[in-house]
Design a protein around this ligand. Structure first.
Ligand SMILES: *[C@@H]1O[C@H](CO)[C@@H](O)[C@H](O)[C@H]1NC(C)=O
Ligand SMILES: *[C@@H]1O[C@H](CO)[C@@H](O)[C@H](O)[C@H]1NC(C)=O
Length: 409
């Protein structure tokens, strides 16, 4: 007030000050009101700020709490029957190869039958669900397991798998998943639309002008809402601003999937998976594959662009992250003990298998872990190490040739 008062009584400079004041006020108005408002209009999707909408309703929660609690005690782990009918939705660039490797080993050791790709060494399809043309089958073939890339569609999945099949998926923090896809499909596979991106900071270029690079058909993109594409989310959800519609769809998915793993909490996910499937701890041991971590130079604006660019993936991820933590909370305290124990055991097994590979003097040694409250006796030899480190294409071929001997070259 004092400032305005001085302006009024400041005589001849009075008019200049007023003009100055009006300009300052106009600039402030523009910055704080008009700019955010126009941003909002350009991007209706930012309207959805409140992620609490992506929690699930009480009745679903209640049912789940009870279905999980009924098998939560690991002390009963050897009593329950292990689940052998399983469909794992292999989502792109989300640590899904490690899960595939676990499932392939599980099925191999029990002589189970897999739905296997007919057209490519390890992909059933990048743009379709399961159909007669993309899987290997013969007239009386039956299947137990699925863990190669294919688009989710409940109807198609249930057509080829037994009625009691359990569905499992995985998601990853959307930005990391995106960055990993850009580099992997640009450099490893030279996917044309990504190959056109400049080599210096391709991530930034793609985010700045997605329409210049992104394919028209969403199934052809590895970098736009790819996790949602893999989960078979309908196209209309990409264009809706109705968050209820998205939520309803995610709730439906949640009723179909027994568990969606979270890449960022991988060992917790694996233990939850083990418990839900009544598998043995030995069955879920894995050896980490080298995975490169790219750190592109990007700023807050780029991050924001990505949230618009792959909006549905954020909904999907946030939704299943909540569901995941709820399931973890429903486990007893022993859950975290089991995770901690698993980390130690897994790392020791990994060291053993790596040493086994490097050092021929190690041959025929066996890694042993005595029975305890987490598992019966475990013995790991060279053959098991080989299965654990076998790459996806070789493992898929190994399964294919056992299931369909006439396809062996
Ligand atoms: C949640 O749903 C269950 C079963 O429908 C019901 O028994 C329970 O009282 C509900 N809880 C709340 C907080 O509404
Ligand atoms: C899926 O991709 C394959 C090969 O890239 C192509 O031949 C096929 O037409 C595509 N299918 C659909 C439904 O777009």
């Amino acid at each position: 007030m004092a400032f305005y008062y001085r302006l009024f009584i400041s005589g001849p400079r009075f008019r200049r000050c007023w003009i100055f004041l009006i300009i300052v006020t106009a600039v402030v108005l523009l910055l704080f009101i008009v700019v955010p408002w126009t941003n909002k209009c350009q991007n209706t999707q930012t309207i959805i700020r409140d992620w609490s909408i992506f929690s699930i309703d009480n009745s679903t929660e209640y049912q789940q709490a009870h279905s999980v609690l009924s098998d939560s005690s690991f002390r009963r782990q050897f009593r329950g029957e292990e689940i052998r009918h399983l469909a794992f939705l292999k989502v792109h660039k989300a640590a899904s190869s490690t899960v595939t490797s676990i499932i392939q080993r599980f099925g191999w050791e029990r002589n189970l039958n897999f739905l296997l790709p007919a057209r490519s060494p390890n992909l059933i399809s990048q743009n379709e669900s399961i159909n007669v043309n993309n899987i290997i089958s013969d007239k009386d073939a039956t299947f137990d397991l699925l863990c190669n890339h294919v688009i989710y569609d409940k109807e198609q999945f249930t057509k080829y798998l037994p009625k009691d099949t359990v569905f499992i998926g995985i998601v990853r923090e959307p930005f990391d998943q995106f960055v990993s896809s850009v580099y992997y499909y640009k450099y490893r596979w030279s996917v044309p639309y990504l190959a056109r991106l400049p080599s210096i900071n391709p991530v930034k270029y793609l985010l700045e002008s997605p329409n210049q690079y992104e394919p028209k058909k969403r199934h052809d993109s590895y970098t736009r809402n790819r996790m949602s594409v893999d989960f078979g989310l309908p196209e209309e959800l990409l264009h809706t601003t109705d968050k209820r519609k998205i939520l309803l769809y995610l709730q439906e998915l949640n009723s179909e999937f027994k568990l969606v793993l979270i890449k960022e909490y991988f060992d917790e996910s694996i233990i939850l998976l083990r418990r839900m499937l009544n598998w043995n701890l030995r069955d879920v041991l894995y050896v980490s594959k080298n995975s490169l971590k790219y750190v592109p130079k990007i700023n807050v604006r780029d991050r924001h662009r990505h949230k618009q660019h792959s909006f549905l993936d954020y909904c999907l991820y946030n939704f299943f992250l909540r569901v995941f933590w709820r399931k973890v909370r429903q486990q007893g305290e022993d859950f975290h003990m089991e995770v901690a124990y698993f980390r130690q055991l897994r790392s020791a097994v990994e060291d053993f298998c790596n040493e086994e590979k490097r050092n021929p003097a190690f041959k025929r040694r066996v890694f042993e872990a005595e029975a305890n409250e987490f598992h019966p006796d475990i013995a790991i030899n060279k053959d098991l190490c080989e299965l654990m480190t076998l790459n996806e294409v070789d493992f898929t071929n190994k399964l294919k040739w056992r299931q369909f001997p006439n396809l062996r070259p």
